[in-house]
Write a protein that binds this ligand. Structure first.
Ligand code: AMP
Length: 223
């Protein structure tokens, strides 16, 4: 399965992608995580990407594409992947399609996640992440048992630098201006399933699994 998880920052795509990845054994490829690893490791790409990430702007296509295409064309992703945070504009979507086309593959399904803006802002502002294992928490909606300590591995939690009110509003503006048009692109070029994420995590899980295991358009057409 080659899946794209599309939606605004903070809608919960990463948490859901992680869950499906574990349960269905499909690699979770998050462009944001890959970029942050490069920033942390101070690679050439990381050094160039850092300022864009901190301002809430999109990192230039040539940098992100290099990392993501490099990853999805490896042996690790040969049976599929869940792309989370990529593509984020039309030119990235076209490069992705061309890359898969050359491999004789295509995107099987796009999950489009939605939530109201006030929910998104609350989710981003309260998000806490484990420094060591990357587990996600929320200071009110999903707090760890011990303040700022990961339930899973006992490491310290942190707040992402770009989860501050100013950068959050910039990221949402960038999403509306550059990413939202992908909804129509995928409605026309792929199979798109809309998942309303205003509810709680377990309700959202159920909706995704139902969609995940529903017949694809290709399977229906073959019958
Ligand atoms: P995320 O973890 O998906 O919220 O991404 C964090 C930041 O990384 C974004 O605000 C962008 O600066 C950058 N980023 C992640 N994915 C992309 C992408 N596909 N294209 C450009 N920039 C990206």
């Amino acid at each position: 399965m080659r899946l794209v998880f599309l939606g605004p920052p903070g809608v919960g795509k990463g948490t859901q992608a992680e869950d499906i990845s574990l349960k269905e054994d499909i690699p979770h490829i998050s462009s944001g995580n890959l970029l942050r690893e490069d920033v942390e490791a101070k690679t050439e790409i990381g050094l160039k990407a850092k300022a864009y990430i901190e301002k809430g702007l999109l990192v230039p296509d040539e940098l992100v594409v290099k990392i993501v295409v490099g990853k999805i064309t490896t042996e690790y992703c040969k049976n599929g992947f869940i792309l989370d945070g990529f593509p984020r504009n039309l030119s990235q979507a076209k490069i992705l399609d061309e890359t898969l086309n050359e491999l004789g593959e295509k995107i099987d399904k796009v999950f489009y996640f939605t939530a109201t803006e006030d929910i998104i802002i609350k989710r981003l502002a309260g998000r806490r992440i484990c420094k060591s294992c990357g587990a996600n928490y929320h200071e009110t909606f999903m707090p760890p048992a011990k303040i700022m300590v990961c339930d899973k591995c006992g490491s310290e939690l942190y707040q992402r630098k770009d989860d501050n009110p100013k950068t959050i509003s910039e990221r949402l503006r960038v999403y509306r201006e550059q990413t939202e048009e992908l909804i129509d692109y995928y409605k026309n070029n792929s199979e798109l399933a809309e998942i309303n994420c205003n509810g709680n995590i377990s309700e959202i899980h159920k909706k995704i699994f139902k969609e995940f295991h529903s017949q694809s358009r290709d399977e229906r057409e073959m019958e």
